[in-house]
Write a protein that binds this ligand. Structure first.
Ligand SMILES: [Zn+2]
Ligand SMILES: [Zn+2]
Length: 571
């Protein structure tokens, strides 16, 4: 942060002041809106407290690829120990969800098409070529409108593909940010919302938004911070009209002003859990108590895997190999990449296991020191390797680090640059090599670096720390910690879910206790959370925001004792 001559520059001073004020402001808001302190949130729940929570119907909505959906399966299973849990995601993933014993609901959208679009736009939300605007955007927008509509059905309708499916109505929503309908459905239902994601999505000065195309290796706190608002704005600019149509036509909610749409999650301090460990990326100091870190969540498959004998023979025939694979990423010229990989392995004197994936890296005649592999569980294969080289997807990065392996990241788009830099910062791998700069000499050098004892030792130590905690368990604890239980429990029995408010007695009740113990008393439908408040804007924005917070604080404070809105607002 210092200028070349050691004295802080004007920009540095302005940046520091801006960020300090911002942090202070956020703490004030967090305290005012939620009425809780960091200490309250850090406190472990009393033993047995979790048993006294009402049984909820929880919808978990996820838009993304297989790697985005997988972590939610163990989370869903843990939540399902006490609640009815429905995983709402793309149709492709129904078997994965149902095989885990969880309920499924199909969201619209095709994960392959989403992935393809991301690659062709280089991870930018906004396409860069005119051709893409003409061809892709209407199609992408149509898909987004379908996804939005399906998020509401996921909260309120029975599974359309199972004729005998029971009715469903969400009492709480867990979601990843790309599922887009989350906060609007939560507003319509007056239910709590909890976000879970694998990559940073909350403004911080510590690192840039993974989609912002700012080099994560540079220390630029203000740019980092502003990149989150910028990405939010780009996304809102692209889909805001679709979201407002969804709100008005499907949810019967008023539209959102342009200024309010982009920072919606942040303005409401929606609780977030990020699925990486603090041992790898510590929680930034400008993230408030509404944000928790958990750990990576692993998709365990090794126990059920029977390796082909050719693979066993290859592994037994020499030194542990380097794994090279690009997961579900599509590359432009698979044959050229294959040649680069084979040459680099040869130059580094290393044996290799090369994964085909969707990238179809094969097709060349392979030397005996290289084995081409199809689907193989990472938790089986990686412990048998000496290093890994991949695209830097969150799931593959996590699997390599957990196995304690030095990691070479070749990022293609989106958060892969973030993970590549994170691995390098942790000393568990060389600097990432963007795929546009990939050549055999650079890759061979990276492979050689992975042989050096200090890097191997750091990777091994990091792996041991990642294995210490269970990411799914931490994520579920985080969800429980942020649920507004006080507002959700029946006054007669904290194990009942309150759905009405008795005017005569001034208490929240479940429907059954209201009819038995409060017969003849006037009751209102009861909502738990009011997501409809919007911050004020204008010339005195800071003051306006503080006033908005006071209003919300009042609502939050009163939320525990009076019903929200009228019956016309509640469904
Ligand atoms: Zn009563
Ligand atoms: Zn009750």
């Amino acid at each position: 942060m210092a200028g070349r001559n050691g004295a802080p520059s004007f920009v540095d001073v302005a940046a520091t002041t801006f960020l300090a004020r911002r942090r202070h402001h956020r703490r004030l808001r967090a305290a005012a809106v939620r009425g809780v302190t960091d200490a309250d949130l850090a406190a472990t729940p009393a033993p047995g407290d979790a048993e006294r929570v009402p049984r909820l119907s929880v919808v978990v909505m996820i838009v993304g690829s297989r790697g985005d959906v997988q972590p939610f399966v163990p989370i869903g299973r843990r939540l399902a120990e006490r609640h009815r849990v429905r995983i709402a995601t793309h149709r492709d993933f129904r078997p994965m969800v149902e095989d885990a014993g969880l309920e499924f609901y199909p969201l619209a959208g095709d994960p392959h098409e989403l992935m393809d679009y991301m690659v062709r736009t280089g991870g930018r939300i906004i396409p860069t070529h005119l051709g893409q605007i003409v061809e892709d955007v209407p199609k992408k927008r149509a898909m987004m409108a379908e996804i939005l509509a399906s998020t509401w059905r996921a909260c309120t309708e029975p599974d359309p593909d199972r004729p005998d499916a029971p009715a469903f109505r969400a009492d709480a929503i867990v979601a990843n940010p790309p599922s887009s309908g989350h906060i609007h459905c939560a507003e319509a239902l007056h239910v709590p919302l909890h976000m879970i994601f694998t990559m940073p999505w909350s403004p911080t000065s510590a690192f840039p938004h993974p989609f912002a195309r700012i080099d994560p290796g540079r220390n630029r706190p203000v740019q980092n911070f502003l990149s989150y608002g910028l990405v939010d704005l780009l996304i809102w600019g692209g889909i805001g009209d679709l979201v407002n149509a969804f709100r008005q036509e499907t949810l019967k909610l008023p539209p959102i002003a342009f200024d309010d749409g982009a920072p919606l999650l942040e303005d409401h301090q929606v609780p977030f859990t990020y699925l990486w460990p603090a041992a790898l990326v510590p929680k930034p100091t400008d993230w408030g108590p509404d944000i928790d870190l958990a750990n990576f969540i692993f998709h365990e498959q090794a126990h059920a895997y029977e390796p082909p004998s050719a693979l066993r023979d290859f592994l037994a025939a020499g030194e542990a190999p380097i794994y090279v694979g690009f997961g579900s990423v599509r590359v432009e010229d698979p044959a050229a990449i294959t040649r680069v990989i084979l040459t680099a392995l040869d130059e580094a004197g290393a044996r290799g296991i090369v994964s085909e994936g969707w990238a179809h890296l094969g097709g060349e005649a392979l030397p005996p020191s290289v084995f081409l592999i199809g689907d193989c569980p990472h938790d089986w294969l990686f412990p048998r390797c000496r290093a890994v080289c991949h695209h830097g997807g969150a799931g593959t990065t996590a699997a390599g680090l957990r196995a304690g392996l030095p990691t070479v990241v070749v990022p293609v788009f989106g958060d892969q640059f973030f993970w590549g830099q994170t691995v390098a910062n942790a000393g568990a791998g060389p600097e990432p090599i963007p795929i546009t700069r990939l050549d055999s000499a650079t890759l061979a050098e990276a492979f050689k670096t992975c042989r050096q004892p200090p890097m191997r030792e750091r990777a091994r130590a990091l792996g041991a720390r990642l294995r210490e905690t269970d990411g799914a368990e931490l994520a579920v604890q985080s969800v429980y910690r942020h649920l507004p239980w006080q507002a959700m429990r029946c006054a007669n029995d904290s194990g009942h879910l309150a759905t009405v408010y008795c005017d005569t007695c001034g208490v929240r009740l479940c429907r059954e206790c209201a009819t038995t113990a409060h017969a003849g008393h006037p009751v209102h439908p009861y909502g738990y959370v009011d997501w409809s408040a919007r911050p004020a804007h204008g010339l005195v924005a800071e003051l306006g925001e503080l006033l908005g917070d006071a209003t919300r604080a009042l609502q939050a404070g009163l939320g525990a004792i009076i019903p929200r809105g009228g019956a016309h607002r509640l469904r």
